[in-house]
Design a protein around this ligand. Structure first.
Ligand code: HEM
Length: 532
């Protein structure tokens, strides 16, 4: 009967569409059968229970349920299925972890997603699988980052010098763009300023804010994040790439941007290889990693540009997004200005040593990271072995999504989590409550925890304190004060404009564009920064 009715229904449809429809029904039936068989097999084997979760649809699984903001969908699903639940994205079994969970080596893998293979010439530390070689690679990368940032007082000073130079150039551009009461979108200048600090540390080179090549390389963070963020359809439904579709276009754009990004860093690597003198001190992270690779032959030569690509890529996107979120209108900065004026005064710029004496600025930054949770879900993990969490069996090779947003908005942990309130991080004496700041989850946990955490905190503190010391920010009254966001690996505020008036008592003379260039040449020379 059912078949007769299906025949009736198909008679009105042209032959090509009806064959496609039949094919889809057949695939759906096979998929459903497979799911039932797997389920029965697990029950027969008497395995421990698996996490609950919504019913996965044939072919797409639960991909349609994630929407444009997966972290919010995960939080909604957690209220039905519990903090740990499972999904299916295309052919991938996925377990979502909400709330803070201990994650040992069993959770340190990465899934073999097609997009992950395209990053950093296929040798990415951040997107590569867990192995003995990977552990060595991570140790080497972490040591290199520290050696050029927070490893010692001398390297901290070098980082600070790069940063202060960039912050001054940034302030000059913001103030100049706001002349006559104009409103300016700060996104691009923030990206270039942050990328320049990292470029100086990685390759000993900074770029002008108008440099076309640099803007092309660092201006595509949003495209990158959309492809590798949790629930990206590029990875969930890779078969869609076989047909002309937005997914195929997104995959190809992602492949091209990774090729460009890696090519840019690889060019720097070749220059460094040629110019690095035997016995000379490493000039930057690239030099340091070239040396390290020579001492560690288990690492291939191509690991050098791959690692620096990872460091440069991972840092400039996250840091510029963090600064952008901190400048968002509606959470404006009068109290920070009051604190910085009282403690630092007007005769000098804020410096790294001021940090313990500027608790409100630190509280503001932690609240901004907690509230925006701008890396809402970590890079997808994968289990390296069969393991258990909350009594649930998680088989090897299961994709794991870690929902950081759920930790930062957990009402059991934070009072009124949807309110932006920096003072929650201050104790009754006005000091930073370190127990609470360490509860903010934005750099992830466990074996995959971010290697740039310390460096990020120094940079965010210095950029923010210099910006509020030097500028008064006014939101544009013609724009909706309710912020809108785009979602990917990072949550980015949609463009907004601000007026960045120079602080009336500004002590640091503003620089003309010519003077910026000139002062930079002097500054780079003093710091022995290579001009390649
Ligand atoms: C506010 C700034 C930053 C935030 C919020 C942030 C956050 C994160 C997060 C959430 C991950 C994924 C961890 C996981 O998959 O569980 C990550 C990984 C990583 N981050 Fe950061 N990051 C920041 C800045 C930086 C900087 C400055 C660097 C470079 C020095 C960096 C280098 C890396 C690398 C190499 C990884 C991969 C680690 C691995 O897979 O083992 N990040 N970061």
């Amino acid at each position: 009967m059912a078949l007769e009715r299906l025949g009736e229904a198909l008679r009105g449809i042209p032959p090509l569409q009806s064959s496609l429809l039949l094919l889809l029904c057949l695939l759906a039936a096979i998929h459903l059968g497979k799911l039932v068989l797997q389920h029965q097999q697990r029950r027969r084997q008497g395995q421990r229970r698996e996490p609950p979760g919504p019913f996965p649809w044939p072919l797409i699984g639960n991909a349609a349920q994630l929407g444009s903001a997966p972290h919010l969908s995960f939080a909604r699903l957690a209220s039905t299925y519990g903090a740990v639940f499972q999904l299916r994205l295309g052919r991938w079994p996925v377990v979502v972890l909400n709330g803070e969970r201990a994650m040992g080596a069993a959770f340190a893998g990465r899934p073999p997603f097609p997009s992950f293979q395209l990053v950093s010439g296929g040798l990415s530390l951040a997107f590569g699988g867990y192995s003995e070689l990977w552990k060595l690679h991570r140790r080497a990368a972490h040591a290199t980052v520290r050696a050029f940032s927070t490893g010692s007082p001398a390297t901290r000073r070098l980082l600070e010098r790069h940063l202060v130079g960039e912050a001054r150039a940034l302030v000059a551009l913001l103030v100049r763009g706001s002349a006559g009461g104009a409103f300016l979108d700060p996104t691009r200048v923030l990206v270039v300023a942050v990328a320049n600090v990292m470029s100086a540390l990685c390759f000993g080179r900074r770029y002008s804010h108008g440099d076309g090549e640099f803007l092309r390389i660092v201006g595509r963070n949003e495209q990158f994040g959309r492809a590798v963020g949790a629930g990206s359809l590029v990875d969930a439904l890779p078969w869609l790439q076989r047909f002309p579709s937005p997914i195929r276009a997104a995959y190809r754009a992602f492949r091209d941007l990774n090729r460009d990004f890696y090519g840019f860093v690889r060019g720097k690597f070749l220059q460094h290889q040629r110019s690095l003198r035997p016995g000379a001190a490493p000039r930057d992270m690239m030099d340091a990693f070239i040396r390290l690779q020579r001492e560690q032959p288990r690492l291939q030569l191509e690991h050098v540009p791959a690692t620096v690509t990872d460091i440069f890529g991972a840092s400039q996107d996250t840091l510029s997004t963090a600064l952008h979120a901190a400048l968002a209108p509606g959470i404006l900065q009068a109290k920070m200005q009051e604190e910085v004026d009282r403690i630092v005064g007007r005769d000098r710029l804020p410096c790294a040593e001021d940090q313990p004496h500027l608790p409100y600025i630190m509280a503001f930054l932690y609240e901004s990271m907690r509230f925006s949770s701008f890396v809402p879900v970590t890079i997808p993990h994968a289990t390296t072995t069969n393991t258990f969490i909350m009594g649930y069996l998680i088989p090897k090779d299961t994709v794991i999504f870690v929902n950081q947003w759920s930790v930062n908005h957990d009402p059991a942990k934070w009072s009124n989590p949807e309110d932006f309130d920096p003072t929650r991080f201050l104790d009754e004496n006005g000091f930073i409550n370190k127990d609470l700041t360490s509860s903010v989850m934005i750099f992830s946990l466990g074996k995959r925890r971010c290697i740039g955490e310390e460096l990020s905190k120094v940079q965010l503190f210095l950029f923010t304190s210099i910006l509020v010391h030097q500028c008064n920010f006014t939101a544009n009254p013609n724009e909706d004060p309710k912020m809108d966001f785009t979602y990917g690996l990072t949550i980015k505020p949609k463009p907004f404009t601000l007026n960045h008036r120079a602080n009336i008592q500004q002590t640091i003379p503003l620089l003309t564009s010519h003077a910026i260039k000139l002062s930079y040449l002097v500054y780079l020379k003093i710091n022995h920064v290579l001009l390649v």
